[in-house]
Design a binder for this molecule. Structure first.
Ligand SMILES: Nc1ncnc2c1ncn2[C@@H]1O[C@H](COP(=O)(O)OP(=O)(O)OP(=O)(O)O)[C@@H](O)[C@H]1O
Ligand SMILES: [Mg+2]
Length: 233
């Protein structure tokens, strides 16, 4: 846990509207939320409740139509697009439902990719990626291509890729949706372990209430609003 006074992310009365022709859809209807550095937090709730919309805003991929977002004490609405992209790239890692690994790259090369996109020299990216794969228990599989990895292993590579940039926050939207229950549990346990070992803040969404056993805090979203926000003892 950090001693910093401000939350890692603060949402203040966030609304997100989508315009679909004549109709306006309110996906988030005034969400206020502080996420503190070091938290391990799940967002759950029915389909269409606004989980992905919320994750995109927390991860600075999308901006609210009303309300404000602060990231590490900075008001993000004042950042220009390219500054925001750079800031997001250095602060936030993403894990996706469909893993999003590049099929023609090995596990190691997949983990290196975001580092090289950010301009890191190849030898340094390789060393960082190798460490990240070691951390998630996949050092032996570094040379494997995604089609030679199980679903659970692919998601562990994706977690290594997210962590390799040394982000403050990892956003994982339905990271276990394509996994069986055993691999789902392993992926949540791995995220938990990385959260504890590295102090990285994790926010993930899930439909599966069994995966909520591991979390510090769970937020139930319903119809674009926070229904409950429970901190575990
Ligand atoms: N880009 C978009 N354009 C229009 N409507 C959208 C868009 N993204 C989301 N919505 C709508 O906003 C609402 C919330 O969607 P969201 O994807 O955030 O829900 P969710 O909780 O992630 O659902 P699921 O569990 O199915 O992933 C839904 O009614 C959805 O149709
Ligand atoms: Mg979703």
């Amino acid at each position: 846990m950090t001693t910093s006074a401000h939350p890692l992310v603060r949402l203040d009365a966030v609304h997100r509207q989508f315009h679909l022709g004549e109709t306006v859809l309110d996906a988030l209807k005034g969400v206020s939320l502080d996420i503190h550095a070091g938290e391990f937090l799940a967002v759950w709730g029915p389909s269409g409740s606004g989980k992905s919309t919320l994750m995109n805003i927390l991860g600075l991929v999308d901006a609210p139509t009303a309300g404000a977002v602060w990231f590490d004490g900075r008001p993000t609405q004042t950042l220009a697009d390219d500054a925001l992209t750079e800031f997001r790239g250095s602060q936030v890692g993403f894990v996706f439902q469909s893993f999003n690994l590049v099929p023609v790259l090995s596990a190691l090369e997949n983990v290196m990719l975001p580092l090289q996109i950010r301009g890191m020299a190849e030898h340094e990216a390789k060393a960082r990626a190798a460490t990240a794969l070691l951390d998630v228990g996949l050092a032996k599989f570094s040379a494997n291509y995604p089609d030679k990895l199980s679903g659970g292993q692919r998601q562990r590579v994706a977690i290594a890729r997210a962590l390799a940039v040394h982000p403050k926050l990892v956003i994982a939207d339905e990271p276990t949706a394509n996994l069986d229950s055993e691999n789902s549990r392993m992926v949540v346990e791995l995220m938990r372990e990385m959260n504890r070992a590295k102090g990285v803040t994790f926010v993930f969404t899930t439909h599966d209430p069994r995966l909520l056993d591991h979390v510090d805090r769970k937020i139930l979203l319903r119809d674009g609003r926070i229904e409950t926000d429970e901190v575990m003892a």
